[in-house]
Design a protein around this ligand. Structure first.
Ligand code: SIN
Length: 298
């Protein structure tokens, strides 16, 4: 039987020299980083941000300037590639359609955006690369974002299980979105049913995904969008996927990142799944999201 505690933790991995304070969030992944002004990165700073993301996969950059402009925020995102504009959501800021508002008022009940394990847009032909989230108004407690390290999840599988999955593809579909209420206007959440062409988008992707920059391998399936393994019957696929979803969400694979004011969180959807915890009823949470378009998974 696989010993889940035999994970290669961040502490065991070879230490790297960072020029700023880095505080690992958990053994599996995730870090808090201080003293990096994302609005004023030079080439060396940008290189360090990339390396931090390769190593920790989800990094919360604390203590950002409260007066960081939208232009600086968008420019930071553009360092990593093209910024996606969601055609189904009315932009929160008409002059910056690539910025998506995720706003939940203190008295909102019901649907919690991102409240299931997912990698952003994995149903797309080119799923999300990096996602960037600016916590503009964060609850005093609650509303944390959970992450799962899909690279660790791949490597901790037994060689026999990995060889069964290697070379196979899984269908990712947006059908799950159809059961939820969408964001309709400026980051508000509507309580209507979602029957939209978006919910009919689906694509096959390799289960063992290779990161284009590091060459690392990840277990690229997630509970929200991965629906069936190619070549398996529905029952066979359901059993395998259930195991993989539970496996990748097991505590030793995860980290919980706690929000604080003036923080910007960046994560890599190629190597992680995430889960927005909706446990902050009574408090407002206002976030602004950028989605960097990724590549076709290989
Ligand atoms: C998301 O799933 O993209 C949102 C994550 C969050 O609000 O913490």
């Amino acid at each position: 039987m696989q010993n889940i505690w035999a994970v290669q933790t961040q502490a065991q991995a070879a230490p790297e020299a960072w020029t700023v304070p880095v505080h690992p969030a958990a053994g599996a992944m995730g870090a808090y980083v201080d003293e990096v002004d994302l609005g004023a990165l030079d080439a060396a700073g940008l290189d360090q941000v990339r390396r931090l993301l390769h190593r920790f996969k989800a990094v919360m950059f604390r203590g950002q300037r409260p007066d960081l402009s939208w232009e600086d925020y968008v420019a930071f995102g553009r360092h990593f590639g093209e910024l996606a504009i969601d055609p189904y959501v009315e932009p929160a800021l008409p002059e910056h359609p690539e910025v998506m508002g995720l706003i939940r008022e203190a008295d909102t009940t019901g649907y919690n955006f991102g409240g299931d394990w997912h990698s952003d847009g994995s149903y797309l032909a080119q799923p999300g690369g990096l996602t960037i989230l600016w916590g503009s108004d964060v609850p005093p407690f609650g509303g944390d974002t959970l992450f799962s390290n899909l690279e660790l999840a791949w490597h901790q599988l037994s060689p026999a299980y990995r060889s069964m999955l290697d070379g196979r593809r899984c269908l990712h579909a947006a059908t799950g979105l159809g059961t939820k209420a969408p964001i309709t206007r400026k980051g508000d959440y509507a309580s209507v049913n979602f029957d939209h062409e978006l919910t009919r988008i689906e694509h096959f992707h390799p289960i063992k995904r290779t990161h284009p920059e590091t060459g690392g391998h990840s277990l690229f399936v997630n509970q929200a969008y991965s629906v069936q393994i190619e070549g398996c019957t529905e029952d066979e696929s359901a059993g395998i996927l259930k195991f993989l979803f539970d496996w990748s969400a097991s505590p030793a694979m995860t980290a919980r990142l706690r929000w604080e004011p003036n923080a910007i969180l960046v994560w890599d959807n190629r190597t992680t799944a995430h889960y927005a915890i909706g446990d902050y009823g009574g408090f407002r949470r206002e976030m602004y999201r950028l989605a960097v378009t990724g590549e076709r998974p290989e």
